[in-house]
Design a protein around this ligand. Structure first.
Ligand code: FES
Length: 158
């Protein structure tokens, strides 16, 4: 191997980690993991979406930090659950649930989302709430939390 090709190989091998550290555009989406959000399915509200907050440990390059995350859960029978990210798809505010109007509401720019599907009912959000994988094991509910890019029609994990 010539010196030039050795230098070129070294540059290519070193490019990916350096680029990933410098620019989010080169970063691979991190692997989603299951988070326990309900310790007992018998304690949940039936037919009314409820929010669960949890602390997520985030590894970004060399930096390890913690972030407060929110998910919305809904069930009609405490057996099957739906889950959505609590982040508004417009600009990332926290979504709430309007019990009087029976729909999700984002207070920042009045984005509205359907209670059953999470689809947009009104306002500026470019897509519905981001659905999350959810499962029940041993009467506990787990969600696979994923962070998605906001402000785009396409659902893109970060
Ligand atoms: S951030 Fe939710 S409507 Fe704008």
């Amino acid at each position: 191997m010539s010196i030039a090709s050795a230098v070129l190989t070294g540059l290519i091998a070193g490019f990916t980690p350096v680029a990933a550290a410098l620019s989010p555009a080169f970063r691979r989406p991190r692997a989603a993991r299951w988070v326990r959000v309900v310790p007992d399915v018998n304690s949940v509200d039936i037919g009314v979406p409820f929010k669960v907050d949890f602390i997520d440990e985030v590894q970004d390059g060399w930096i390890e930090s913690r972030a407060l995350r929110s998910v919305w859960l809904s069930t009609e029978d405490a057996v099957e659950f739906k889950a959505w990210s609590g982040v508004c798809t417009h600009l990332g505010c926290s979504v709430s649930f309007d019990t009087e109007k029976d729909r999700f509401h984002c207070p920042c720019h009045h984005g509205l989302f359907d209670k059953q599907s999470g689809e947009v009912l009104g306002g500026p959000p470019p897509r519905g709430l981001d659905p999350l994988p959810v499962k029940v094991e041993n009467d506990e509910v787990f969600v696979q939390y994923v962070t998605f890019r906001v402000g785009t029609e396409r659902r893109e994990p970060l």
